[in-house]
Design a binder for this molecule. Structure first.
Ligand SMILES: [Zn+2]
Length: 284
């Protein structure tokens, strides 16, 4: 996972803070940084925010929506239970949902985000870098843009398709958000994008087009998996991703499947079904 140090007009910006392992303290110590910008609230980006802020005395900046979700997920004692209940309502078996409760409680204490950061909005500038709100991979995901250089968190990755999942108490159409984000990147045409993982993306607009095509095919496959009988997000994920996944991989697969199913519902290509206990989908 990459953190970036950017030159600003007046000083330097640290983008993202890693997981926050104790060994990171060495890396942050003595680092001359005037602002810390978090791209999104996933644990590998936000977990080390407090450590980085303590070591550098720099203010943490985060989109308002991202901070709200950060507090909800990492600051609520019962979040793993709420998330597990939501997965069960999409047909996920107890063993896979219970594993989430265990994992969630094991990880949460290590995620040390910063309370009351400087809240950012789309169009703001941080030391000369423009803040772009580019939702999809996370609702409150931002990128920084300057002179054609996009520092993009997990919005574009060179080798893999960034996860775009539906989650509880979040925006209702994350895939729709993500497709708009990709189209915006095509329009902006940055010369290079520096992502949170892996190699730089040398032609961001071309990569965005590849990902648009990937999701177009994925939406077709998802639609083909549906029929007249109601299927849960879990059922459809078995058809799209196969049956042989770990509990963690299965939850990502179900969330990803659901973002595609909800997009199909919004475009009239699928219908919600199911009952008060379990949500399901049919073809139209
Ligand atoms: Zn992420």
């Amino acid at each position: 996972m990459h953190c970036y140090l950017l030159e600003g007009d007046e000083g330097r910006i640290l983008v993202d803070a890693g997981l926050g392992l104790p060994s990171d303290d060495e890396a942050w110590r003595g680092l001359d940084v005037d602002a810390i910008v978090l791209t999104h609230m996933h644990p590998d980006h936000v977990g080390g925010a407090q450590r980085a802020a303590d070591a550098t005395s720099a203010l943490v900046h985060q989109l308002g929506l991202d901070y709200e979700q950060c507090v909800r997920v990492w600051g609520s004692a019962d979040w793993p239970e709420r998330m597990a209940a939501w997965f069960r309502s999409h047909g996920v078996p107890d063993a896979v949902a219970d594993d989430l409760v265990e994992q969630g409680h094991a990880v949460a204490p290590f995620i040390r985000f910063v309370r009351e950061p400087q809240l950012l909005r789309e169009g703001d500038r941080v030391d000369g870098w423009e803040v772009l709100w580019l939702p999809g991979h996370a609702d409150g995901h931002i990128a920084l843009l300057r002179d054609g250089v996009l520092v993009c968190g997990d919005i574009l990755l060179a080798k893999i398709s960034p996860a775009v999942g539906l989650y509880p108490e979040s925006r209702p159409d994350p895939l729709g958000d993500y497709l708009s984000t990709l189209r915006r990147i095509v329009e902006l045409g940055p010369s290079v994008a520096y992502p949170g993982h892996g190699e730089p993306v040398r032609n961001p607009a071309e990569r965005a087009c590849e990902l648009l095509e990937h999701h177009r095919r994925r939406l077709e496959e998802t639609q083909r998996a549906l029929g007249p009988e109601p299927l849960t997000g879990y059922d459809v994920s078995m058809r799209l991703f196969g049956e042989d996944l770990s509990a963690t991989q299965r939850r990502f697969a179900v969330a990803e499947t659901l973002s595609h199913l909800e997009r199909l519902v919004l475009t009239g290509a699928a219908r919600r079904a199911g009952n008060s206990r379990v949500l399901a989908y049919t073809a139209t």
